[in-house]
Design a protein around this ligand. Structure first.
Ligand code: DC
Length: 215
């Protein structure tokens, strides 16, 4: 089984992916991590992440081990990720890894759940279930702000909101695989839902969708 989870930054896709993975025995791939690893490699090379040649070389150098690097969560890396993600050569270089993971998850799993921006539209258009997870920019900024406070990172709510709005605009406006729901995606708006309610709603939507599929 392949589950595609798409949606804007800080909509709760990561938490949802982990909980769905544990319920349905699926391997998880946070595809944003691949773009972050590309952005980090581009920064570390000393080149400009907006330069297609620098970004493509960085994408081709990404290894599975990169995904465990704590530096991937840094703000500067998130910003670089959003820049390299708009470059078609980067997206092409990362596509095979994502498709291979979806169709050949590690041994012991019954499938995979991939979260990102273009999983249902480009990476796995044949996914068994596609969820488009969203929430208002304010709700997402409030969650991200609380997370940062809990980690002891000093931040300003208005800056967090501005960052989310800028990232949405970049992810939705780019020409290469823009963020948008697949035609056959189920939409899940988590603005008024906590993590438990979002998980329950998603699990119900998936169970209903799978029960309608022919065996
Ligand atoms: O979900 P995230 O914040 O870790 O993603 C980092 C960046 O990568 C974000 O700007 C969008 C981009 N991305 C993408 O273009 N396609 C994906 N499948 C996943 C992430």
């Amino acid at each position: 089984m392949i589950i595609a989870l798409d949606g804007p930054a800080a909509a709760g896709k990561g938490t949802l992916a982990r909980r769905l993975a544990s319920k349905f025995n699926l391997a998880t791939l946070d595809t944003g991590g691949l773009y972050r690893a590309t952005g980090l490699r581009a920064l570390e090379s000393g080149g400009n992440p907006a330069d297609p040649a620098v970004a493509e070389a960085a994408a081709k150098a990404v290894r599975a081990d990169d995904m465990a690097n704590p530096a991937l969560r840094e703000e500067r890396v998130g910003a670089a990720a959003s820049i390299v993600a708009a470059i078609p050569e980067v997206r092409a270089a990362l596509l095979a890894f994502q498709r291979d993971f979806a169709h050949h998850p590690p041994a012991g799993f019954d499938g995979a759940v991939l979260d990102g921006r273009d999983i249902g539209t480009v990476v796995c258009p044949d996914a068994d279930v596609k969820l488009y997870v969203t929430a208002s920019a304010e709700a997402r900024a409030t969650r991200r702000f609380k997370e940062l406070q809990e980690k002891g990172v000093e931040s300003i709510y208005s800056r967090v909101l501005q960052d989310i709005e800028q990232r949405d605009a970049r992810d939705m406006a780019r020409e290469a695989a823009p963020l948008k729901p697949a035609d056959d995606a189920l939409e899940l708006d988590t603005t008024a839902l906590d993590a438990d309610a979002a998980f329950q709603t998603a699990a119900d939507l998936i169970a209903r969708k799978l029960s309608r599929q022919p065996c």
